[in-house]
Design a protein around this ligand. Structure first.
Ligand SMILES: Cc1ncc(COP(=O)(O)O)c(C=O)c1O
Length: 399
């Protein structure tokens, strides 16, 4: 390899190690579950997975993937419009639209891909994107792409600040299409977007609302139908994107859910659809089985919420101050990045796998350990994790 590139990258890696932000990969020798076997460590409790409903190891979800492998083989071997698309993709897309309450949906190999496809494909030079300051990295990159490909404009509004958004919508009054984009649940905070306020502003300013519900699908609303269900607003969001890689089986994949026209246009023109293979059928079938499971088992969502409350209250009674909220994302703010990573390492030594996040993933001075609860965690799992938090918190002098 080119020597100067190697030297540059190596110096970067040494810097990450010096700053205590170098990421080690931990290898699991078994399915994603509340307790996993970690290579070199044995059994640990996982508190950092997006396996919110515990479906990644659910027998009917796994079986559906195996059956699809037998029925469809490994994959499409080309792009969908060139060599055919599997019926399981159509069934999955109908199920996703039904779940989140839109007319249609279109699957992608990831939600990252779905987000990148959308604005760049549907917007043009007369249009503008208004994006929440704390939106996910895939939305930030989607906007960069849309500015370069579609030549649209973009502005960022202060996180959750409707006054700021209103001022920016007023300033954009001459734009043909105004697309407001927000996460439904913000992944680093666990905060829920103010959907009623956003929808009202969008209506008043003739803007479209796009919600990335990756951390809300399967989580929010009594039936896990997402942020719109949580606020009693099913059918009122113009465009929803979401992942199949979290609550819905945890394998991979994402989708855009919107009107049939938007989905058809994306089928015609979205570059990831036109120039990249479809979701593998095994993955599509497992995701479809996950949606169907969720539709039959709303009690999983209730269990997730009950366990979330139990763990949050447990942390509080130990003296931690997790960010307030009601979602299964429970961040414990520590401030310093090195401290967050140290706490995460000590928790792992105590048998609990929970990741520490620092700058630039979260703002400077707001490094955190982000806990995520799953409906599959038992009370014993949560109690054992709380016990580890107490011991480590005392040793680090944070409680
Ligand atoms: C809000 C949000 N959007 C999109 C994504 C990307 O999802 P995927 O893993 O399907 O690409 C994530 C994943 O972390 C996310 O949190």
């Amino acid at each position: 390899m080119n020597r100067s590139l190697n030297q540059r990258l190596d110096a970067g890696i040494q810097g990450f190690k010096r700053d205590g932000v170098y990421k080690r990969l931990n290898y699991l020798d078994g399915p994603q579950a509340p307790r996993v076997t970690m290579d070199g460590r044995g059994e640990v409790i996982i508190l950092s997975s997006n396996n919110y409903l515990g479906l990644s190891a659910e027998p009917e979800v796994v079986e559906a993937g195996k059956a699809a492998l037998d029925r469809f083989g490994a994959g499409t071997a080309s792009v969908r419009f060139i060599c055919g698309t599997f019926t399981v993709h159509r069934d999955l897309e109908r199920a996703c639209a039904r779940l989140v309450g839109t007319e249609a949906s279109l699957s992608f190999v990831s939600c990252w891909n779905a987000n990148e496809a959308l604005p760049a494909t549907i917007l043009g030079p007369d249009d503008i994107i208004l994006s929440d300051q704390l939106n996910h990295a895939s939305i930030i990159d989607a906007i960069r792409l849309a500015k370069s490909i579609a030549k649209c404009d973009a502005v960022v509004y202060d996180h959750g600040n409707l006054d700021d958004l209103k001022a920016k919508l007023e300033a954009a009054r001459d734009r043909k299409i105004k697309l407001v984009i927000t996460d439904g649940v913000f992944s680093m905070e666990g905060a829920i977007a103010n959907l009623p306020g956003l929808a009202e502003l969008c209506r008043a300013h003739d803007a479209l609302l796009m919600v990335d519900d990756s951390h809300a699908t399967g989580v929010l609303g009594s039936h896990g139908r997402g942020t719109a269900e949580h606020f009693g607003m099913l059918g009122e969001v113009d465009i929803i994107t979401s992942t199949l890689g979290k609550a819905l089986g945890g394998a991979a994949g994402g989708f855009v859910a919107a009107s049939a026209t938007v989905c058809d246009y994306l089928t015609q023109r979205a570059r990831p659809q036109l120039f990249s293979n479809a979701l593998p059928p095994t993955v599509a079938a497992s995701a479809l089985a996950s949606v169907e499971f969720l539709e039959r088992h709303p009690e999983r969502v209730a269990q997730l919420m009950a366990s979330t409350r139990y763990f949050r209250e447990g942390l509080q009674s130990l003296g931690f101050s997790p960010l307030p909220g009601e979602t299964p994302i429970i961040p414990v703010i520590l401030g310093d990045t090195a401290k967050a990573i140290q706490m995460s390492d000590m928790l792992l030594d105590a048998g609990v796998f929970v990741t520490g996040f620092g700058y630039p993933v979260v703002p400077k001075g707001e490094a955190r350990v982000r806990c995520q609860i799953s409906a599959a965690h038992t009370k014993e799992d949560l109690d054992q994790a709380l016990d580890a938090f107490q011991r480590v918190g005392q040793r680090l002098d944070v409680i």
